[in-house]
Ligand binder design. Structure first.
Ligand code: SAM
Ligand code: SF4
Length: 324
């Protein structure tokens, strides 16, 4: 097999980079209302350090790069980072995950800088509820961001909803209808039981599917999506509908990803606390070959599967520190 693969023969070609732990929202299941103890500027990888890791990873076989956070768009001069990463040889898919609040403002500049596509996280279509979940009255800005991203060609724009019982589960059909009425590409995500997330809010994929029955038969879209989502289409829909089910139907057997935290730790599995310190190596002068060796070592230690089923959740970091 060419490229990078782990000890379980899974090809690894995807790096998700959290570029900041800061955020302009406070989604209650992701961050405490007062926020988290923020890393100092010195602790965060510089753009140049992120580029060096991306180059080393690309030489090993990484072809997909996703920028996340915290909220990536709050990092100063973010389009400059996109411009740098768009030029890394071997990266053919450069994407962003954002809460969308600043997307209308930055979409055109990001497209011009070389960003390919964007995923927007949106958990409610109701203004008051959006504010209850995120702490801010910003629904309109997010909706404008989604439209602007489409206009400038950051396609496909995918909208990710974390489904939570008693919080937003009654909106499942409303979101799904937008795949027909507005051509949205919707993905329903199961809530992962992180330290602060309460198990009682969990809604399984099976239950989400039941709630969708009122809208008609879901037609499967055949072919490998290359990611964890399974895709379907409602009758007459221009957009698609996907399920990401890390809890009830884990996709570890086809996991192709690594994560780089904002403070420069390479994490082979989101749900395991093992990390490889790349920032230390970078700041001690590691060259490209040394970085490649460290990345390969981290890949070799990627666990076969998470242990959520046994109640083992990562303790070291919040989701906002790992990029989701
Ligand atoms: N701020 C950006 C955003 O919200 O898209 C990027 C970072 S955020 C941590 C990335 C994704 O992780 C969001 O879609 C968020 O809903 C999701 N997320 C956070 N905590 C989660 C949890 N406990 N279970 C499932 N998804 C979660
Ligand atoms: Fe911020 Fe994204 Fe976490 Fe919400 S999910 S608090 S937007 S990092």
């Amino acid at each position: 097999m060419t490229g990078l693969s782990d000890s379980f023969q899974r090809p690894i070609n995807y790096l998700r980079v959290s570029i900041t732990d800061r955020c302009n929202l406070r989604c209650f299941y992701c961050m405490p209302p007062q926020g988290i103890a923020l890393m100092s500027h010195m602790d965060i990888l510089t753009f140049d350090e992120i580029r060096r890791v991306a180059e080393a990873a690309a030489e090993l076989g990484i072809t997909k790069l996703r920028l996340s956070g915290g909220e990536p768009l709050v990092r100063l001069d973010f389009p400059d980072l996109v411009r740098m990463l768009a030029q890394v040889k071997g990266i053919d898919d450069l994407a962003l995950t954002t809460n969308g609040v600043l997307l209308a403002e930055f979409a055109a500049e990001l497209r011009g800088a070389g960003l390919g596509r964007v995923n927007v996280s949106l958990d409610s279509l109701r203004r008051d509820r959006f504010q209850q979940i995120t702490g801010f009255d910003n629904l309109d800005k997010v909706l404008q961001g989604i439209e602007r991203a489409k206009e400038v060609g950051l396609l496909p724009v995918k909208v990710n909803m974390v489904v939570m019982r008693g919080v937003n589960d009654d909106e499942i059909p409303d979101f799904a209808r937008l795949t027909v009425e507005a051509g949205w590409h919707m993905r329903f995500i199961e809530l992962m039981p992180f330290a602060r997330a309460t198990a009682s809010l969990f809604v399984s994929e099976e239950e989400i599917r039941q709630r969708l029955r009122v809208l008609g038969e879901l037609e499967p879209i055949v072919g490998d999506s290359g990611g964890p989502a399974k895709y379907y289409r409602l009758p007459g829909a221009g957009g698609t509908l996907g399920f990401i089910s890390p809890v009830s139907d884990h996709f570890c057997f086809k996991c192709n990803r690594l994560r780089l935290t904002a403070d420069g730790k390479l994490r082979p599995c989101l749900l395991s606390d093992f990390e490889m310190d790349l920032k230390g190596a970078l700041r001690r002068g590691a060259d490209r070959e040394k970085l490649k060796r460290l990345i390969a070592e981290a890949v070799a230690s990627k666990p076969e599967c998470h242990k959520l089923g046994e109640g083992i959740v990562p303790q070291g970091r919040t989701m906002s520190q790992m990029g989701g």
